[in-house]
Structure formats: C-alpha cells, structure tokens
Write a protein that binds this ligand. Structure first.
Ligand code: GAP
Length: 597
C-alpha cells in the first residue's frame, strides 16, 4: 500500500497535482493538475464518457457553472446543502463538527447521520479539542454552514447567483428542452462532465476533499411505472455490498453477491440503481481500481442528501480509510417537481395511453351573470376555486351551498350557481413527472484512487524502484521512446521516426534522450508509462530489418521487436486483443538487458 506522504510527494514532483496559487501562499482546497495529472484526468473522463455516454446511448450536455438563485431555491440547496460547522473561540479555526467526532470516537463512522444537536453533545461529552490550537471545543455552538459559493451576476449588486454545487442542476433546469431532443420518450439519459464548487469547511487529504472539483454525472429519466433497466446485462456481475442493515448490526458484514441476486433478495431496492452499480463495477475494473479495495455502501437514513430516496456509494480504500468516489442516488421526482413548481416551464412528459380512455370528470360551469354582481372583482377567482373544489371533493356540491377560498378570503356560493356536473371525457394520455436515477462520479477522487492503488515498489537491477501500474487506456503517456545515447545521429534519427510513426497511429508518445537509460526507465515507471522503446546499435547494425527493445513497466521484461511491426503490435495490446505476454512468447524475452548496460 502506498504511503500517503510518498504519494503526495510523487504527485507534486512528477506533475500529477499540487496545491494551487503557491506563489501567493496557496489557497486551501484548490489544486492544479500538472501535465501528467491533467492527461491522466482527461483519460479517466474519456473512459467515463465512452461507458456512460456512448455505450449506454445517452446524450451529453455542457451547461454553465454559475446559475441564478432561483434554481437553488427550487432545488433545495439554499436551505438544505449544509455541513456542520464548529469554530474555535480561541484561534478562530473552522472545523467539520461531524468529522471531529468520527476522528475521535471509535464506533462512530458517520456522525452526520446523528444530527446537529447530538454532534454538539458528543463534542462536549468527549471534551474534544481544536485540532489547530488544542483549546477545548466543548460548549461551542455547532451550526449549519451552507456550502455554496455565492456570486453576483452582472455589475453592481446585480442578480444573486451561485457556483453550482453539482453538475446535475444544469441538466434538470434544461429538462423542458432535453425532453424534446429525446422526442418526449422515456427512458432517456443525459450526461455531463464538469466543474462543481463547494465551500468545504475543512478541505483535506489532497484532492480528496477540495472546493473546486470535476464531477461526471448521468441523470437517467424514467417512467417509474413502466421502465425497467436491462438488468440481464449485469445479472452476473459480482459485487461487494455493505447495506445499511449490516452497518447497523454489531457483527455487520459485507455481502459478496451478484447484481441479479441482490435485486432478487431486495438488498438493492431499485433495479435501476442496481443496474448502474453493475455497470460501474465493470468500469472501475476497466480503469484499474483494485477491486479488492472497493465496495458499494448504502447510505444510512440520516446521511442521505435532501433529494435522495435511496443512495449507494462506490467507495475505495485509501490509506486504510474508505472514501466515497461515486454516489448512485434514486432522486425520484424530487428535482423535476421542484423546478416545475418554482419555474414557468413544464417539467413533465406526456405519456400516451395504448388506447384512449373515457373518464368521468367533475366540472363546474359557474353562472357569471350571477357571480359577477354578487362578488365583483373576486368572481373570476371564485370560479377557478369552484373548479378546483369539484376535482378535489365533488361531494361538497351535494349541499345547497359551497364554501371556497379565493385570494385569501372565504366565499359561500349557492350550489346552483356553480352548475356542477359529472361529464364523460376522452383522454389520450397524461402528463407525468419522470423519476431520476443518478450515478454521480468524482473524477479527482477516481484519479487519486488510481494513483494510490497503482503505486508499487520493487527491486530492479538491485535498486528499489517505484512505479505506477496504470491501465494503458488511462496512463498519461502510452509509450516512451529513447535513443540509447543522444549523441549518435543514427539512433536519434530512428528514435524520432519511431516516435512519429507511433503518434500517427494515435499512440501518445514521450520522447526522452536525457540522462542514463536506467534513469529514463525510472522516470517513466513513476508516471505509469506502460511501455518504453529503446533504439540501440544492436537493433540497427547487421540485421535484415531494424529492431528496437520494448520494455513492459510492471515486469520490467524486455523483448526485441522489428520497428516495422511495433505500432501494430502496440495497438493490439492497447485495444485488448493481446497482452505483452503474448508478444514475449512470439518474440522471446531479451536475455541480456543491453539497454541498462
Ligand atoms: N449530484 C449528486 C452529487 O453531487 P455527491 O455525493 O455530493 O452527489 C458526487 O457528489 C461525487 O462528487 C462524490 O462521490 C465525490 O466523488 C465527488 N465529490 C463531492 N464533494 C467533493 C469534494 N469536496 N471534493 C472532491 N470530490 C467531491
């Protein structure tokens, strides 16, 4: 397992990521991805897009990151997107109150679920001290702190706006248009990869908890009455589950099962959530997460976000702790209903029946020539209220008089004036509010997991080396090409040609001619480059065709291969058609490592 310090040091030294704005003292919670990290992150995003947009047949959008206040009033983030804050009276440092409890009290893994009052009590009971200055926090108030960054749109005080705390809202608010692109047909899915912002109280652990981060989200819109996921595709996928019931039990255990069994046995309530867990399991395996250090954990009731009816997290084990790297929430009709209520647009789809149906409807046809003179300006409102009452409670019209409320006033109306009747009407369909199932991935946390799970150390040529065992699809660079020495024109010319030929084949190449060949291998091992190609004199002299050595990162094994076949053989490895082992058995390992001589 990687030592966290070693990994952070490697991340900084080799340009994966480092704290931002260092020249100005740094800004907590903001990280810059350097050249290797940006490339790794883009590869993770590309692999996610390939699976969750292309292979699942979804559409991708790109919405703004700043949205007006009204959006977050509707979504509930203004009211409910809070963390628990406790401030030290002595030094003024701010802390996540629930995290202090989790760090200090052995049995408590999720203090947020306990609620703000209990967390305050626990801080006092355990007389917890400020991690910054050591002063007691007992008795300090624990408060809700809203995590959204506020801004103002336009000059002056302008219009209040917020940096989006989840990319999802950019999809929800555009639902009225997105449903048109889907020709009004459920189910359909919309994805987005983009930045989200949260003013975290105490950002920590490198890129694990930051204030600006990238999410990759899929919003799957379904008709809950009709739409079933293609569960057959993932029935046999094996998963490690940690349901809420097991977390509550004293001797709670993981459940090793398949997606199909988990649905049949009701361990995962929603087949749609189960389907996405199955797809995600395959994807995490594909990008190189160590599946022995991976699990799906169900949220406890008090832990769920304000919009979620059920939620499972994908968690990876990092430095002995379980970290949430993705959430799979059943959001129900919460978001679309709210945006429908707060906006002027329609957040429903029209669901056509197989056959038109005849329904009985309670209607009124108020006599306005009587209502007008009696109630004046209130008459129109009363007429509307009468229709509303007829639909809600037709029995009310059995009496001689009915009482309705209009514009905050009560009015009693002669039932005869309302002209109440039950009519038969033909309906061809109804407007329904789709439900949403949401797989939401943190890209930075996935990147961190891949670095931590891929980090290894071993002995090569009597020296300890560290290397990153990254999947070829994800590694920042596919192949490094070296001339054995930089002052031999013939070697340099062939190495340059080889680099160009590989690039033309769509393979990303790093050309390196500085330092000893051993140092160059170590440099590439440390950034996870799966293959190194070395052009040496032995390969050019006295052969029918030019050859080079091809070295695999994890085994450090080398083969000699004709230059003319290099690109095709590597492409076959990258596309999964063959392995380096297949090549070894065809070309034979290089017995003497000429390149480290
Ligand atoms: N739309 C649902 C949503 O935003 P979430 O669980 O709050 O759900 C989804 O966030 C993912 O985003 C998390 O699983 C995590 O990987 C990532 N994430 C959340 N907050 C983060 C932070 N402060 N820093 C880095 N990644 C974060």
């Amino acid at each position: 397992m990687a030592d966290q310090q070693d990994l952070m040091e490697l991340a900084k030294r080799r340009g994966f990521f480092f704290g931002s704005n260092g020249a100005y003292g740094g800004t907590a919670g903001f990280y810059t991805f350097g050249p290797e990290g940006a490339s790794l992150k883009h590869n993770v995003e590309a692999a996610w897009r390939d699976q969750f947009t292309l292979r699942l047949g979804n559409d991708e959008i790109e919405a703004p990151t700043i949205m007006p206040e009204a959006v977050f009033e509707a979504s509930g983030h203004l009211d409910g997107f809070d963390d628990m804050l406790v401030e030290c009276a002595e030094c003024g440092a701010s802390h996540r109150a629930d995290h202090l409890i989790e760090d200090a009290v052995n049995d408590i893994e999720d203090a947020e679920a306990l609620g703000i009052e209990r967390v305050g009590e626990l801080i006092a009971e355990h007389d917890l001290a400020c991690p910054a200055c050591g002063a007691s926090l007992a008795g300090e108030p624990v408060e809700d702190f809203n995590l959204m960054f506020e801004t103002s749109i336009g000059p002056g005080s302008g219009q209040p706006g917020y940096m989006r705390p989840e990319t999802a809202q950019g999809i929800f608010v555009e639902f009225p248009r997105l449903k048109e692109y889907a020709r009004g047909q459920l189910p359909f899915g919309v994805t987005q990869i983009g930045t989200a912002y949260r003013n975290e109280i105490s950002p920590r652990r490198g890129i694990i908890r930051v204030r600006e981060f990238t999410q990759a989200e899929l919003e799957q819109f379904i008709d809950p009455e009709e739409d079933e996921p293609p569960l057959g595709e993932v029935d046999d996928v094996e998963v490690t589950l940690y349901p809420a019931t097991e977390q509550h039990a004293d001797d709670g255990e993981y459940i090793e099962t398949t997606i199909g069994e988990a649905v049949d046995e009701g361990i995962i309530g929603s087949p749609w959530v189960a389907y996405f867990l199955g797809i995600a399991q395959g994807w995490y395996e594909r990008v190189g997460v160590d599946m022995d250090r991976f699990r799906f954990r169900q949220h406890l009731a008090g832990e769920r976000a304000h919009y979620a009816a059920d939620c499972w997290d994908a968690e990876s084990e990092i430095g002995g702790n379980w970290i949430e790297i993705a959430g799979f929430a059943y959001r129900g009709d919460y978001d679309l209903t709210k945006h429908g209520e707060y906006s002027e647009d329609r957040f429903t789809v029209f669901k056509r029946y197989d056959e038109p149906i005849t329904v009985e409807k309670a209607v009124v046809d108020p006599d306005m020539s009587a209502l007008g003179p009696e109630f004046g300006g209130a008459a129109a409102g009363i007429a509307e209220a009468l229709q509303d009452l007829a639909e809600r409670n037709p029995d009310a019209f059995d009496q001689d008089e009915v009482t309705v409320e209009a514009n905050g006033e009560e009015y009693t109306v002669d039932t005869e004036i309302a002209n109440f009747a039950i009519e038969e009407q033909t309906e061809s369909g109804e407007h329904i509010t789709p439900h949403v199932v949401e797989p939401s991935f943190g890209v930075g946390r996935t990147v961190y997991t891949l670095l931590e799970h891929g980090y290894s150390e071993d002995e090569v040529d009597g020296e300890t080396r560290s290397y990153l065992s990254l999947a070829p699809e994800i590694a920042p660079t596919n192949v490094a090409v070296f001339p054995l020495v930089s002052n031999d024109d013939a070697l340099v010319a062939v190495a340059t040609d080889v680099s160009q030929a590989l690039r033309q084949a769509g393979i990303s190449v790093s050309y390196d001619d500085s330092g000893s060949i051993g140092r160059r291998y170590r440099r590439q091992d440390e950034v996870g480059t799966p293959f190194c190609v070395t052009v040496d004199q032995d390969g050019l002299e006295g052969n029918d065709e030019d050859t080079v050595t091809l070295r695999e990162r994890d085994s450090a094994a080398q083969i000699r291969i004709p230059v003319a076949e290099l690109a095709d053989e590597l492409e076959a490895i990258f596309s999964g058609e063959q392995t380096f082992g297949d090549l070894s058995s065809r070309y034979g390992d290089v017995e003497t490592d000429v390149t480290t001589a």
